[in-house]
Ligand binder design. Sequence first.
Ligand SMILES: Nc1ncnc2c1ncn2[C@@H]1O[C@H](COP(=O)(O)OP(=O)(O)OP(=O)(O)O)[C@@H](O)[C@H]1O
Length: 254
Amino acid sequence: MSTPVLEIHGVHKSFGTLDVLRGIDLTAQAGTVTVILGPSGSGKSTLLRSINHLEKVDRGRVRLDGELIGYRQAGGKLHELGERHILQQRARIGFVFQNFNLFPHLTALENVAEAPIAALKKPKIQVYDHARELLARVGLADKTDVYPRQLSGGQQQRVAIARALALEPRLILFDEPTSALDPELVGEVLDVLRDLAAAGTTMIVVTHEIGFAREAADTVIFMDEGRIVEQGPPAQVLDHPRHERTQSFLSKVL
Ligand SMILES: Nc1ncnc2c1ncn2[C@@H]1O[C@H](COP(=O)(O)OP(=O)(O)OP(=O)(O)O)[C@@H](O)[C@H]1O
């Protein structure tokens, strides 16, 4: 089998005396969708943030395409990478947050083009053409010149997804991408995620949307108290959960 896009091995993370991640192992192959479920406080966001080194793990390793994230190994020791290298690595890992985080003073098109203009040495015209294609891909071809405040929450989140795609990341992390949306807008963002899944994008998605997990996930992971207690295909984890904590969680959300 080829090198996985993402490999997490033995990751631990504490905040003071609170052990938030207690030995996480996780692998994602190219073109797969992994959905992480779990109760509030189980460590899901901390795990996502550890993947792109927004959190420094206490123990363990994260690798993207086989390359250590945040560190290099030399003389049998780990050395943290400098800021520039970490930013280069982060450019290969798209991150979509629940609250969109768009620049309010930039149009939709400028929001999508901003990172590639800063990071890649491509001509502006090429970056803008690509940004237009990405906005069309998320159904916003007619909103290129509009500012975030003029867009609905669902539209803003779709701009945020187009922006994450702009650097052509190897992996996209989604942290509850629909939780800040009115219920009627959730579907339009899930549709975009489904299209990306069908196109073979590698995604890790923290969500409470069981319907999305059922339809789009290759693997569903259930986290509880900093551990992965169960993982497998959606039909297994969602319909025949083996662990009592998964059963109790699903009985509350389904
Ligand atoms: N920077 C931090 N400093 C201290 N404690 C933190 C920090 N970040 C997270 N925590 C704590 O770690 C625990 C796990 O938080 P995390 O956000 O990873 O959980 P979660 O499963 O994503 O929860 P939710 O579903 O509510 O978003 C929580 O108790 C939280 O308060």
